[in-house]
Design a protein around this ligand. Structure first.
Ligand code: BEZ
Ligand code: FE
Length: 269
């Protein structure tokens, strides 16, 4: 690799921070050997991204990269996105007709900067079933269960029917799970629905919506909860819960247009 001042700066800062930890906590040779073995185990178990997630670094880097004035707040994609989900016209059904759980109707608008509706925007959503598992983790769910792409109507409005997702534990059978247990952390995520929204001429947005009152909101294992992405689930007349989530996209613009305010740091559980 050629000499790169950015790499030199990052290496110097990481070295400085690591030395501070080792010196302040008087880390011993035996502890350091265990730390190095942990890193080897993480690589071997293919949990490098999961480690970045539980350290809160994935969310921080997402915030720095995608923070955009005027757009709905972004969030990380996570490991359970699958491209190419079935495409439905709105209103859509994205789970089985007899899906266990509380029926939920989600509605919203996709708008551009200035509030103009974005007709025929595509809203790609995915979430867990009642057992806390995504379809890709669970042989008992049909393919594409609790996920789908919904095309907004000519007025930018979308609607889909599903069930209320539940909070769930992130993968815990590998070295990252062992680390969390050793540190007394729980490894739970509050219930959420993932969104990836695209519309012609606009920057696509990846985010999540959370639900008010969830007991894990303040202790998300990956620190992804942002107050502007938390919504109240209302009780509908027909026994369905109802959620409204509007999305604002911004046009494709030069990167120099990005804002400069520092990101907030979310709580990690
Ligand atoms: C998720 O939200 O699907 C997720 C994100 C990071 C780690 C594990 C799960
Ligand atoms: Fe998720």
């Amino acid at each position: 690799m050629q000499n790169n001042p950015r790499v030199a700066e990052v290496l110097a800062r990481v070295t400085q921070a690591a030395h501070e930890v080792v010196r302040d906590l008087q880390v011993t040779e035996d502890e350091w050997r265990q730390a190095l073995q942990f890193v080897r185990n993480v690589v071997e178990a293919d949990e490098v991204v999961l480690l970045s997630d539980v350290l809160g670094l994935s969310v921080l880097v997402d915030e720095i990269t995608h923070r955009t004035n005027g757009a709905t707040a972004s969030n990380v994609e996570g490991p359970f996105y699958r491209p190419g989900a079935p495409l439905h016209e709105s209103p859509a059904l994205i789970c089985r007709r007899d899906e266990p759980g509380e029926p939920l109707i989600v509605t919203g608008m996709v708008r551009g900067q200035g509030g103009d509706p974005l007709p025929r925007a595509i809203i790609d959503v995915w979430h867990t079933a009642l057992n806390g598992l995504y379809d890709v983790q669970d042989d008992d769910q049909p393919e594409w269960n609790c996920r789908g792409r919904v095309r907004a109507d000519g007025a930018g409005r979308y609607e889909f029917r599903t069930v209320v997702p539940v909070s769930y534990g992130i993968p815990s059978d590998g070295p990252v799970g062992a680390l969390l247990r050793a540190a007394g952390r729980t490894g739970y995520r509050p219930a959420h629905i993932h969104y990836k929204v695209t519309a012609e001429g606009h920057r696509s947005l990846t985010t999540m919506v959370f639900f008010m009152g969830d007991k894990w909101l303040d202790q998300d294992a990956i620190g992804a909860v942002k107050s502007e992405l938390v919504r109240t689930l209302e009780n509908g007349e027909d026994g369905c819960r109802q959620l409204t989530f509007d999305v604002t996209l911004v046009p494709h613009v030069a990167r120099s247009d990005r804002p400069v305010s520092p990101p907030a740091v979310a709580a990690i559980g």
